[in-house]
Design a protein around this ligand. Structure first.
Ligand code: SAH
Length: 179
């Protein structure tokens, strides 16, 4: 129910295939992009999934519907506070964290899958190390307005394989400072 994830004034546009503002200069991703990333992620029930960029919580809800065990990080404090309350209130229980997604959640690693929902300038190496061997990370990589969708599969402890899956446009992944 995407209309529940946007403010009232935008609810009539909730089922358009476009990103929409969710305040704090952030957006809820375009439905096509959510579908594309979710398909690449190929989640199986009970898999442990780390999401970077909780935002509105829409992608987290999609992962919950696929029966994933969801860990999600947001660096914008007000969004974190809002979504941590909102998402369980409509029936989606995730593990919410306030912090820097670049660092991931080493304490809760390893993950079967990692999904990055903001544009990272470079591949976040710390996150690869938090994947199980055989695990997959989907991340849009690139500076500026356009990012290339990357699928990074951890093959062994020290080896990974990268494939690319077209161009997308995400809000930037912000480094270090949380707000
Ligand atoms: N998955 C969200 C998409 C929100 S847009 C949804 O379905 O609505 C991307 C989000 O990534 C924004 O909320 C932004 O604040 C957050 N973000 C940006 N840099 C981050 C970082 N370093 N760590 C965690 N979250 C970050």
């Amino acid at each position: 129910p995407r209309h529940q994830f946007v403010e009232e004034a935008l609810q009539s546009r909730a089922y358009e295939d476009t990103a929409l503002p969710i305040g704090y200069q952030q957006t809820i991703s375009q439905p096509y992009t959510v579908a594309f990333q979710t398909q690449l992620l190929d989640v199986n029930p009970y898999e442990k999934v780390l999401e970077v960029g909780t935002g509105s919580g829409y992608q987290s809800a999609v992962l919950k519907i696929l029966n994933a065990d969801v860990y999600t990080i947001e660096r914008q404090r007000d969004l974190f506070r809002h979504t941590k309350i909102f998402l369980p209130s409509i029936g989606y229980n995730c593990n919410f964290f306030y912090g820097d997604g670049y660092k991931g959640l080493p304490k809760f690693s390893p993950f079967d899958k990692i999904i990055v929902t903001c544009g990272a300038p470079t591949i976040p190496q710390d996150l690869i190390l938090q994947l199980k061997v055989g695990g997959v990370m989907i991340a849009p990589i690139g500076e500026g307005d356009i990012q290339v969708m990357h699928l990074i599969k951890r093959l062994t402890k020290n080896q990974h394989e990268i494939t690319t899956h077209g161009n997308f446009s995400f809000v930037p992944m912000l480094k270090k400072k949380t707000s």
